[in-house]
Ligand binder design. Sequence first.
Ligand code: UD1
Ligand code: CA
Length: 458
Amino acid sequence: MLHVDVVILAAGMGKRMNSSLPKVLHPLAGKPILLHVLDATYALSPEKICVIFGYGGELVHQTVGDRPDLIWVKQEQQLGTGHAVKQALPHLADKGVTLVLFGDVPLVRSDTLKTLIEKVREDSLALLTVELDDPTGYGRIVRDPVSNCVRAIVEEKDASPSQKKIREINTGIMVLPNRYLSDWLDKLGNTNTQGEYYLTDVIAMAVEAGIQIETANPASEWEVVGVNDKAQLAVLERAFQQNIARKLMEQGVMFADPSRFDVRGQLICGNDVEIDVNCIFEGDVRLGDGVKIHANCVLRNVTVSDGSVIHPFSLIEDAALGKNCRIGPFARIRPGTQLDDAVHVGNFVEIKNSYIASESKVNHLSYIGDTEMGRQVNIGAGTITCNYDGAFKHRTIIEDDVFIGSDTQLIAPVTITKGSTVGAGSTITRDTPEGQLTLSRTKQMSIANWKRPEKTRG
Ligand code: UD1
Ligand code: CA
């Protein structure tokens, strides 16, 4: 097995982001771009991963956290990509190879990196290159006109007019033999237009030493696109999302419009799932067979079982929904909620940390919090569980087959016993007896000779 170390260059300022947040912490699909690079890296199980950081490094380190195989190396001054890799030298093995990645190239796939690594041995070198219609700004791959072997990489700013016409570019991702690396990096100069120590100059040194240089290409161009400004970040975000949408469509998911859809985590779908426009899926979301998500819904860490329908503008977080439920429009389901099969939660209803058994309905304008609700319960419009006394939260128990009339407050802790009915407009402070009608309402009265006040003229 070839020994592989990884160096991730992430010390650049990212000036063009115009942000106080370090570039590599900007989110793509809800996750800092450096974490995308790290996830692709972890999939390779390298021996060591050195992250070269500079600007905002402490925050980057804090956000990513520690791992035994992760080494944080500070590059005090950003003197070029060659200088950056040099900072990692004390941590690299003297055998095997080093894979160089950029912290701001977030979408490179681990399969592409594996292919690149498979091209090399202990003493050869591999470059990830791609042909672009418009290669402006990139280092060009200069090949021998006869043998077609790679001879050098020339930066745009140092390229001759004929070299500028070359469309094969350096993605920056390369695999270098550790055995020669420190020698080459020591020899780097900075006499070029940018006055930087270019990592790319080691290619010509390798050619000089007669070392074989292999190349590989990514499956898609977006894998090697870097983030330099927010416009590029937005383009990559869409590329990432459309890629997920395409995979889901291959599995049978039907989108009203795959370009108006966002996953920030993992979305797993059963058969015949339908998703309307502007829905956002965060964390871990699972949708069962035949689930329909209507427009403008946000689901975060949610399981929705077969046949359930989420109507427009619903927000559901950390919850599990049974089969054939009907939620929304305008429903808010908060963390700790579990709904059994065929539960209905209607418009302007908020449910928090509650369990609701099958076939119960909370259809309009209600708050149900810290509640355990039985089967076939009907909660009238405007019902509120008053679960908080200012200091403590209390639970409300609503047993099977209860009917709660509209505009009722249930002051917790309280139990609404099986089969009881609560009259509309009640404030319930004590447990209700089974099967009876309970109400707390002032008696209605009428005053016969009462007159409305009238404005006097004059
Ligand atoms: C580099 C390559 C170029 C390639 C292009 C691909 C060199 C000399 N040039 O150019 O051939 O086509 O990437 O995008 O390598 N960084 C540091 N410390 C430094 C300088 C850079 O950590 O001192 C990091 C940056 O944060 C960034 C990466 O290295 O992640 C690339 O640096 P950048 O200055 O953007 O290189 P380019 O000029 O784009
Ligand atoms: Ca760049």
